[in-house]
Write a protein that binds this ligand. Structure first.
Ligand code: T5A
Length: 206
């Protein structure tokens, strides 16, 4: 695994994008393909199902939204626990970690609520391993919201409101590190997986 040196023996692949971009679908498909190829892998996501992640999800459906600072603190605590309990141990075991959302989501979503994305990045990178590869799924928020509406029984939560998602999208577009791959996600899932898989082969296993 070419890109794995900085993260011990495994490597970290992150999927990012606005709600409804198809992250969970893609993350599952990458994981399945890795396993089918005999590559040890783990599929994980943020917010997690741990105590901080559960508190965050409850807050999404609560009548009163947390302040941006309160949200930021919870996402950071959730991520610290996630890294300590899942990400680092899996990397040490030599696995490919496929992570559905990571600190780029905090930069974009809490940034869209008025916090400084670069300050969020600095705080996260003080404890969070840098991914080997980030796939940033690009999609029109209208299309993403339509996918959510037709694909799920429950109504979109407040994170999924159009105006907010437009700001989140703009902040994601500003993330241009060399390990971040912006990819058009308005194509069928199989075509998206093929493109992403090509890039994984060249960047990680090439
Ligand atoms: N959040 C999270 C923050 O504010 N800060 C943070 O730091 C973090 C980590 C909850 C919220 O938390 C916020 C962001 C979120 O608003 P979540 O519940 O994990 O996060 O939200 P997600 O599950 O990531 O988002 P969604 O489920 O809304 O969307 P996905 O995962 O992007 O989309 P997916 O794969 O579930 O697909 C949605 C629908 O589209 C179809 C699927 O079948 C499904 O019906 N679909 C496609 N249709 C056509 N073409 C394709 N290529 C398709 N891919 C999927």
């Amino acid at each position: 695994m070419k890109a794995s040196r900085q993260n011990g023996h495994g490597c970290l692949i992150v999927i990012e994008g606005i709600d409804g971009a198809g992250k969970t679908t893609l993350a599952r498909s990458i994981y399945t393909r890795l396993i089918n190829e005999g590559i040890p892998a783990v599929l994980t996501s943020e917010p997690t199902d741990g105590p901080w992640g559960r508190q965050l999800r409850l807050s999404l459906s609560a009548a009163e939204r947390l302040t941006p600072e309160e949200e930021l603190r919870l996402f950071i605590r959730d991520r610290q626990e996630h890294i300590e309990k899942v990400i680092y141990p899996s990397l040490r075991e030599g696995r490919v970690v496929v992570c559905d959302r990571y600190y780029f989501s905090t930069m974009a979503y809490q940034g869209a609520r008025g916090l400084d994305p670069e300050a969020i990045r600095r705080e996260n990178e003080a404890f969070a391993p840098r991914p080997d590869l980030v796939f940033l799924l690009e999609i029109d928020p209208d299309v993403a919201l339509r996918r959510i509406k037709y694909g799920r029984p429950e109504a979109p939560d407040r994170f999924e409101q159009l105006a907010y998602l437009k700001v989140v999208k703009r902040l994601f577009e500003g993330i241009t590190d060399s390990f971040v791959v912006h990819i058009n996600a308005s194509i069928p899932p199989e075509a998206l997986l093929d493109q992403v898989w090509e890039r994984i082969l060249t960047s990680i296993f090439g």
